[in-house]
Design a protein around this ligand. Sequence first.
Ligand SMILES: NC(=O)c1ccc[n+]([C@@H]2O[C@H](COP(=O)([O-])OP(=O)(O)OC[C@H]3O[C@@H](n4cnc5c(N)ncnc54)[C@H](OP(=O)(O)O)[C@@H]3O)[C@@H](O)[C@H]2O)c1
Length: 271
Amino acid sequence: MDDTFAIVGSGHLAWHLSQLLEGPVVVVSRSGSPADWPVPIITHRELANYHLKAVFLAVPDNAIAGVSRRLSEILPPTLPVYHTSGATPLDRIDPYFTERGVLWPIRSLRLGEPVSDWRDLPLVVYASTTSTRTLITAVARALSDTVAYLDDEQRAQLHLAAVFSNNFVTALYDVAHRLCQQADVPFDLLLPIMRHTAAQQDGTPPRDRQTGAAARGDTATIDRHLALITVPAYRDIYRSLTDLILQYRLPEHNADLRRDADDDLQDEGIA
Ligand SMILES: NC(=O)c1ccc[n+]([C@@H]2O[C@H](COP(=O)([O-])OP(=O)(O)OC[C@H]3O[C@@H](n4cnc5c(N)ncnc54)[C@H](OP(=O)(O)O)[C@@H]3O)[C@@H](O)[C@H]2O)c1
Protein backbone atom coordinates (compact mmCIF):
# COMPACT_ATOMS: atom_id res chain seq x y z
CA MET A 1 0.00 0.00 0.00
CA ASP A 2 1.29 3.47 -0.90
CA ASP A 3 2.59 5.94 1.64
CA THR A 4 2.01 3.86 4.72
CA PHE A 5 3.20 4.96 8.16
CA ALA A 6 4.87 2.12 10.08
CA ILE A 7 4.99 2.17 13.87
CA VAL A 8 7.50 -0.20 15.44
CA GLY A 9 6.42 -1.56 18.83
CA SER A 10 2.95 -2.26 20.14
CA GLY A 11 3.08 -0.51 23.53
CA HIS A 12 1.49 2.57 25.08
CA LEU A 13 2.57 5.22 22.59
CA ALA A 14 2.09 2.97 19.54
CA TRP A 15 -1.53 2.38 20.55
CA HIS A 16 -2.24 6.13 20.50
CA LEU A 17 -0.15 6.96 17.44
CA SER A 18 -1.70 4.15 15.39
CA GLN A 19 -5.12 5.76 15.75
CA LEU A 20 -3.98 9.34 15.19
CA LEU A 21 -1.80 9.30 12.11
CA GLU A 22 -3.63 10.28 8.94
CA GLY A 23 -3.44 7.67 6.18
CA PRO A 24 -2.65 3.95 6.18
CA VAL A 25 -0.79 2.70 9.26
CA VAL A 26 0.79 -0.65 10.14
CA VAL A 27 2.20 -1.67 13.51
CA VAL A 28 5.34 -3.79 13.59
CA SER A 29 5.39 -6.17 16.51
CA ARG A 30 7.88 -8.85 17.56
CA SER A 31 5.23 -10.73 19.46
CA GLY A 32 2.31 -10.00 17.12
CA SER A 33 0.31 -10.24 20.32
CA PRO A 34 -2.25 -7.45 20.11
CA ALA A 35 -5.44 -8.89 18.62
CA ASP A 36 -7.91 -6.01 18.75
CA TRP A 37 -5.91 -3.14 17.22
CA PRO A 38 -7.63 -1.06 14.54
CA VAL A 39 -4.60 -1.36 12.20
CA PRO A 40 -2.73 -4.34 10.69
CA ILE A 41 -0.07 -5.90 12.92
CA ILE A 42 2.90 -7.13 10.89
CA THR A 43 6.41 -8.55 11.36
CA HIS A 44 9.69 -6.75 10.61
CA ARG A 45 10.16 -8.79 7.44
CA GLU A 46 6.68 -7.90 6.15
CA LEU A 47 7.66 -4.21 6.21
CA ALA A 48 9.45 -4.76 2.90
CA ASN A 49 6.03 -5.34 1.24
CA TYR A 50 4.89 -1.78 1.94
CA HIS A 51 5.69 1.50 0.26
CA LEU A 52 6.47 3.45 3.39
CA LYS A 53 6.17 7.16 4.00
CA ALA A 54 7.95 7.10 7.36
CA VAL A 55 8.74 4.85 10.31
CA PHE A 56 8.05 5.76 13.95
CA LEU A 57 10.04 3.92 16.59
CA ALA A 58 7.70 3.48 19.58
CA VAL A 59 10.06 1.14 21.43
CA PRO A 60 11.76 1.63 24.82
CA ASP A 61 14.48 4.31 24.70
CA ASN A 62 17.26 1.77 25.15
CA ALA A 63 15.99 -0.27 22.18
CA ILE A 64 16.04 2.62 19.65
CA ALA A 65 19.64 1.96 18.48
CA GLY A 66 19.20 -1.81 18.13
CA VAL A 67 15.79 -1.66 16.45
CA SER A 68 16.92 0.97 13.93
CA ARG A 69 20.06 -1.07 13.19
CA ARG A 70 17.84 -4.06 12.47
CA LEU A 71 15.58 -1.97 10.23
CA SER A 72 18.64 -0.77 8.28
CA GLU A 73 18.96 -4.32 6.94
CA ILE A 74 15.61 -4.17 5.14
CA LEU A 75 14.67 -0.51 4.54
CA PRO A 76 16.14 2.14 2.18
CA PRO A 77 18.53 4.67 3.81
CA THR A 78 16.47 7.68 2.69
CA LEU A 79 13.27 6.55 4.42
CA PRO A 80 12.42 9.02 7.22
CA VAL A 81 12.77 7.34 10.63
CA TYR A 82 11.56 9.12 13.78
CA HIS A 83 11.96 8.11 17.38
CA THR A 84 9.44 9.26 19.99
CA SER A 85 11.64 9.80 23.05
CA GLY A 86 12.15 13.04 24.99
CA ALA A 87 15.42 12.03 26.58
CA THR A 88 17.15 10.26 23.67
CA PRO A 89 19.40 12.08 21.17
CA LEU A 90 18.57 11.88 17.49
CA ASP A 91 21.80 10.05 16.67
CA ARG A 92 20.64 6.93 18.50
CA ILE A 93 18.77 6.17 15.29
CA ASP A 94 21.23 4.20 13.19
CA PRO A 95 23.39 6.52 10.98
CA TYR A 96 22.51 4.30 8.00
CA PHE A 97 19.31 6.37 7.87
CA THR A 98 20.02 9.86 6.55
CA GLU A 99 16.52 11.21 7.24
CA ARG A 100 16.18 11.02 11.03
CA GLY A 101 13.88 12.84 13.38
CA VAL A 102 11.93 12.96 16.62
CA LEU A 103 8.26 13.26 17.56
CA TRP A 104 7.83 13.54 21.33
CA PRO A 105 4.41 14.06 22.96
CA ILE A 106 4.71 15.74 26.37
CA ARG A 107 2.24 13.51 28.14
CA SER A 108 2.14 10.20 30.00
CA LEU A 109 0.18 7.90 27.71
CA ARG A 110 -1.30 4.54 28.52
CA LEU A 111 -2.53 1.84 26.19
CA GLY A 112 -6.33 1.66 26.20
CA GLU A 113 -6.79 5.13 27.76
CA PRO A 114 -7.80 7.53 24.96
CA VAL A 115 -6.69 11.17 25.16
CA SER A 116 -9.62 13.53 24.64
CA ASP A 117 -7.61 16.69 24.02
CA TRP A 118 -4.81 15.86 21.58
CA ARG A 119 -5.02 19.33 20.08
CA ASP A 120 -4.06 20.78 23.50
CA LEU A 121 -1.21 18.34 23.95
CA PRO A 122 2.16 19.91 23.01
CA LEU A 123 4.32 17.95 20.60
CA VAL A 124 8.08 18.41 20.28
CA VAL A 125 9.71 17.70 16.93
CA TYR A 126 13.29 17.64 15.67
CA ALA A 127 14.86 16.51 12.40
CA SER A 128 18.19 15.98 10.70
CA THR A 129 17.19 17.43 7.31
CA THR A 130 14.80 20.04 5.95
CA SER A 131 12.53 17.52 4.24
CA THR A 132 12.34 15.35 7.38
CA ARG A 133 11.50 18.47 9.37
CA THR A 134 8.77 19.47 6.90
CA LEU A 135 7.18 16.02 7.10
CA ILE A 136 7.24 15.70 10.89
CA THR A 137 6.01 19.28 11.36
CA ALA A 138 3.04 18.56 9.08
CA VAL A 139 2.28 15.31 10.93
CA ALA A 140 2.52 17.08 14.30
CA ARG A 141 0.40 20.07 13.23
CA ALA A 142 -2.32 17.70 12.05
CA LEU A 143 -2.49 16.40 15.63
CA SER A 144 -1.84 19.37 17.88
CA ASP A 145 -2.13 23.16 18.08
CA THR A 146 1.21 23.37 19.88
CA VAL A 147 4.26 22.12 18.01
CA ALA A 148 7.75 23.09 19.22
CA TYR A 149 10.97 22.49 17.31
CA LEU A 150 13.68 21.72 19.90
CA ASP A 151 17.16 20.27 19.41
CA ASP A 152 18.50 17.32 21.41
CA GLU A 153 19.86 19.48 24.24
CA GLN A 154 16.71 21.57 24.60
CA ARG A 155 14.49 18.48 24.44
CA ALA A 156 16.58 16.69 27.10
CA GLN A 157 16.32 19.77 29.34
CA LEU A 158 12.55 19.92 28.83
CA HIS A 159 12.30 16.19 29.59
CA LEU A 160 14.21 16.81 32.82
CA ALA A 161 11.92 19.74 33.66
CA ALA A 162 8.92 17.48 33.03
CA VAL A 163 10.27 15.04 35.63
CA PHE A 164 10.34 17.84 38.21
CA SER A 165 6.93 19.24 37.25
CA ASN A 166 5.18 15.90 36.83
CA ASN A 167 6.85 12.78 38.26
CA PHE A 168 8.33 14.45 41.34
CA VAL A 169 5.08 16.26 42.09
CA THR A 170 3.28 12.91 41.94
CA ALA A 171 5.88 11.45 44.33
CA LEU A 172 5.19 14.33 46.74
CA TYR A 173 1.44 13.68 46.46
CA ASP A 174 2.25 10.13 47.47
CA VAL A 175 4.13 11.33 50.57
CA ALA A 176 1.08 13.45 51.46
CA HIS A 177 -1.16 10.43 50.92
CA ARG A 178 0.94 8.29 53.28
CA LEU A 179 1.09 11.01 55.93
CA CYS A 180 -2.72 11.26 55.83
CA GLN A 181 -3.06 7.47 56.06
CA GLN A 182 -0.67 7.40 59.04
CA ALA A 183 -2.85 9.90 60.91
CA ASP A 184 -6.16 8.41 59.69
CA VAL A 185 -7.03 11.70 57.97
CA PRO A 186 -8.96 11.67 54.64
CA PHE A 187 -6.52 12.45 51.80
CA ASP A 188 -9.53 13.78 49.85
CA LEU A 189 -9.43 16.91 52.00
CA LEU A 190 -6.26 17.92 50.15
CA LEU A 191 -7.65 17.43 46.63
CA PRO A 192 -9.12 20.95 46.23
CA ILE A 193 -5.87 22.68 47.24
CA MET A 194 -3.85 20.36 44.98
CA ARG A 195 -6.09 21.22 42.02
CA HIS A 196 -6.04 24.92 42.89
CA THR A 197 -2.22 25.01 43.02
CA ALA A 198 -1.94 23.33 39.60
CA ALA A 199 -4.64 25.56 38.09
CA GLN A 200 -2.80 28.67 39.29
CA GLN A 201 0.17 27.99 37.04
CA ASP A 202 -0.11 30.52 34.23
CA GLY A 203 3.43 30.65 32.89
CA THR A 204 4.76 33.21 35.38
CA PRO A 205 7.63 32.03 37.63
CA PRO A 206 6.02 29.52 40.05
CA ARG A 207 8.16 30.81 42.92
CA ASP A 208 6.15 34.04 42.80
CA ARG A 209 3.09 32.04 43.81
CA GLN A 210 4.77 30.00 46.54
CA THR A 211 3.02 30.05 49.91
CA GLY A 212 3.51 28.23 53.22
CA ALA A 213 5.87 28.23 56.18
CA ALA A 214 9.15 28.34 54.21
CA ALA A 215 7.90 31.10 51.92
CA ARG A 216 7.05 33.13 55.04
CA GLY A 217 10.34 32.26 56.74
CA ASP A 218 8.26 30.82 59.61
CA THR A 219 10.97 28.75 61.35
CA ALA A 220 8.78 27.82 64.34
CA THR A 221 6.28 26.00 62.08
CA ILE A 222 9.14 24.41 60.11
CA ASP A 223 10.59 23.01 63.35
CA ARG A 224 7.17 21.66 64.39
CA HIS A 225 6.77 19.94 61.02
CA LEU A 226 10.24 18.38 61.26
CA ALA A 227 9.40 17.03 64.73
CA LEU A 228 6.27 15.37 63.30
CA ILE A 229 8.07 13.47 60.51
CA THR A 230 8.98 9.90 61.46
CA VAL A 231 10.29 8.69 58.09
CA PRO A 232 13.94 9.83 57.59
CA ALA A 233 13.57 10.04 53.77
CA TYR A 234 10.57 12.37 54.14
CA ARG A 235 12.55 14.54 56.60
CA ASP A 236 15.37 14.83 54.02
CA ILE A 237 12.88 15.86 51.32
CA TYR A 238 11.26 18.38 53.68
CA ARG A 239 14.65 19.89 54.57
CA SER A 240 15.85 20.08 50.94
CA LEU A 241 12.68 21.69 49.64
CA THR A 242 12.46 24.06 52.60
CA ASP A 243 16.07 25.17 52.00
CA LEU A 244 15.24 25.71 48.33
CA ILE A 245 12.21 27.88 49.13
CA LEU A 246 14.15 29.81 51.80
CA GLN A 247 16.79 30.56 49.16
CA TYR A 248 14.10 32.09 46.96
CA ARG A 249 13.50 34.53 49.78
CA LEU A 250 17.14 35.71 49.85
CA PRO A 251 17.05 38.23 47.00
CA GLU A 252 13.81 39.52 48.47
CA HIS A 253 15.53 39.88 51.86
CA ASN A 254 18.50 41.53 50.24
CA ALA A 255 16.16 43.94 48.49
CA ASP A 256 14.46 44.65 51.83
CA LEU A 257 17.85 45.14 53.48
CA ARG A 258 18.89 47.43 50.62
CA ARG A 259 15.64 49.38 51.01
CA ASP A 260 16.18 49.65 54.78
CA ALA A 261 19.74 50.83 54.25
CA ASP A 262 18.60 53.39 51.64
CA ASP A 263 15.91 54.64 54.05
CA ASP A 264 18.53 54.98 56.81
CA LEU A 265 20.78 56.97 54.52
CA GLN A 266 17.88 59.18 53.49
CA ASP A 267 16.89 59.69 57.15
CA GLU A 268 20.44 60.74 57.83
CA GLY A 269 20.29 63.11 54.87
CA ILE A 270 23.14 61.31 53.10
CA ALA A 271 21.29 59.90 50.06
N1 LIG B 1 4.15 6.00 27.18
C1 LIG B 1 4.36 7.28 27.31
O1 LIG B 1 3.77 7.92 28.18
C2 LIG B 1 5.29 8.01 26.39
C3 LIG B 1 5.15 9.38 26.23
C4 LIG B 1 6.01 10.05 25.40
C5 LIG B 1 7.02 9.36 24.73
N2 LIG B 1 7.14 8.01 24.93
C6 LIG B 1 8.22 7.30 24.21
O2 LIG B 1 7.64 6.31 23.38
C7 LIG B 1 8.55 5.21 23.26
C8 LIG B 1 7.79 3.93 23.63
O3 LIG B 1 7.33 4.05 24.95
P1 LIG B 1 6.08 3.15 25.44
O4 LIG B 1 5.71 3.70 26.76
O5 LIG B 1 5.08 3.05 24.37
O6 LIG B 1 6.84 1.77 25.65
P2 LIG B 1 6.17 0.35 25.97
O7 LIG B 1 4.73 0.47 26.27
O8 LIG B 1 7.09 -0.28 26.94
O9 LIG B 1 6.17 -0.40 24.57
C9 LIG B 1 7.23 -0.51 23.74
C10 LIG B 1 6.96 -1.63 22.74
O10 LIG B 1 8.19 -1.83 22.07
C11 LIG B 1 8.39 -3.23 21.87
N3 LIG B 1 9.64 -3.57 22.58
C12 LIG B 1 9.83 -3.69 23.90
N4 LIG B 1 11.13 -3.99 24.17
C13 LIG B 1 11.75 -4.06 22.98
C14 LIG B 1 13.09 -4.34 22.59
N5 LIG B 1 14.04 -4.58 23.47
N6 LIG B 1 13.36 -4.36 21.27
C15 LIG B 1 12.40 -4.11 20.36
N7 LIG B 1 11.12 -3.84 20.67
C16 LIG B 1 10.80 -3.80 21.97
C17 LIG B 1 7.21 -3.97 22.46
O11 LIG B 1 6.30 -4.24 21.39
P3 LIG B 1 6.30 -5.69 20.65
O12 LIG B 1 6.46 -6.70 21.73
O13 LIG B 1 4.99 -5.73 19.98
O14 LIG B 1 7.45 -5.68 19.71
C18 LIG B 1 6.59 -2.96 23.39
O15 LIG B 1 5.21 -3.09 23.49
C19 LIG B 1 9.72 5.50 24.21
O16 LIG B 1 10.78 6.03 23.46
C20 LIG B 1 9.15 6.55 25.15
O17 LIG B 1 10.15 7.41 25.66
C21 LIG B 1 6.30 7.32 25.72
